[in-house]
Design a protein around this ligand. Structure first.
Ligand code: GLY
Length: 366
């Protein structure tokens, strides 16, 4: 029999976020949140496919709320535009949204990013709850208060740290996740394990076949352990000034690949980015045996092949843009051991260019 949902707390400077995790977490959490919902005007932000697939799961929420309205936005990254945010703000106003209304994000990471951004800015900030339905959002995006929309020039370029009152990661939703999205989420689990939790990494090695097969217990356990590791990081460094940057392992090259190629899921791009960062780490002393373990796990999850020619100049231009994002320059997150990492800003631009060229030229081990 699967274990009951657990409730973790993410403690913040002002208040805390309850994080419910497990199969059936939504029902358990709604009971726990009934005083918060009672009589309140609740606006759910979701996408049409998700509403069709899992809309009935929101019925207890609708019953508990004072008033209840569902707002549909585009699925995936297409939801994260200024135009969508403006449309949602205006709909909220027209529908009588107030400072004490409650916004609920119901969907994957993009819906969560948009809904959190709208909640943080509408009437200078209204409460919100995250109900993530993808593995990627349950282990990463819906925890820690990062919210954002995109500008044409750059992803996540407008946003704020704004924490939900609660995150409800009901792992029952993962049962309908397409295999590619499941694998994409697993790369974020690997990321957190390599940076923060060697035991979780060993567990992933042992349980990977069950995870890839969608085994509900194995998934629930991985979500719990990954979320717990992330909560520990966010409590220590909420605004990503220090160790929270470790959770960007694989994201430096990953973002550049994701944006230049437009054929990779976010987690897949992070998978490639981790392979590249492991090469950098080995050159700085990361033990080859440990590097091989991480590479082997990434390969077992499975990455789609890159196109025969990858536009190096486009990838380098994206990295250059990232470099300008911080005064300290481009940051590479590399493992020291499995379970710990460091941030390097001292890798010469020419060295990076050379290594990226080699990596994309086919010597990337996939
Ligand atoms: N996605 C990494 C973080 O939330 O810090």
């Amino acid at each position: 029999m699967s274990s009951p949902p657990v409730r973790l707390e993410l403690r913040r400077e002002a208040g805390s976020t309850s994080v419910w995790i497990g199969s059936g977490a939504l029902d358990v959490a709604l009971t726990g949140l009934s005083s918060l919902l009672g009589g309140r005007r609740v606006f759910v932000i979701t996408s049409p496919p998700l509403r069709q697939l899992h809309g009935e799961a929101l019925e207890p929420l609708a019953a508990a709320a004072g008033e209840f309205q569902v707002l549909e936005v585009a699925d995936g990254e297409a939801a994260k535009t200024p135009e969508t945010a403006i449309g949602v703000w205006r709909t909220l106003l027209a529908a009588g949204g107030k400072r004490d209304s409650l916004i609920v994000a119901f969907g994957g990471g993009s819906i969560g990013d948009l809904a959190g951004f709208v909640a943080g800015t509408f009437l200078r900030g209204v409460d919100y709850v995250q109900i993530p339905t993808t593995l990627l959002a349950q282990v990463d995006a819906a925890i820690g208060g990062k919210t954002a929309i995109n500008l044409p020039e750059a992803k996540n370029s407008v946003g704020l740290f704004y924490h939900p009152l609660a995150t409800i990661a009901d792992t029952g939703f993962l049962g309908t996740l397409p295999p590619r999205q499941l694998r994409s989420g697993l790369f974020e689990v690997v990321k957190t394990a390599v940076m923060r939790d060697a035991d979780l990494f060993s567990r992933l090695e042992a349980d990977l076949a069950r995870l890839l097969a969608g085994d509900a217990d194995a998934l629930a356990e991985s979500v719990k352990l990954t979320a717990a590791a992330k909560i520990g990081v966010v409590e220590k460094d909420p605004k990503e000034n220090d160790i929270r940057q470790l959770l960007n392992f694989g994201h430096t090259l990953g973002h550049a690949l994701e944006l230049s190629l437009e054929m990779l899921e976010h987690g897949e791009a992070v998978g490639y980015g981790m392979l590249f960062a492991i090469d950098l780490a080995v050159a700085r002393g990361f033990a080859p045996g440990e590097a091989d373990r991480v590479r082997a796990l990434i390969r077992r999850i499975g990455l789609p092949p890159l196109p025969p020619t990858v536009p190096l100049e486009a990838v380098m231009a994206r990295l250059e843009r990232d470099k300008k994002a911080r005064e300290a320059g481009l940051a590479w997150v590399v493992p020291l051991h499995i379970g710990s990492g460091e941030i390097c800003t001292d890798i010469a631009a020419e060295d990076v260019r050379h290594r990226v060229g080699d990596f994309l030229g086919g010597r990337n081990g996939c």
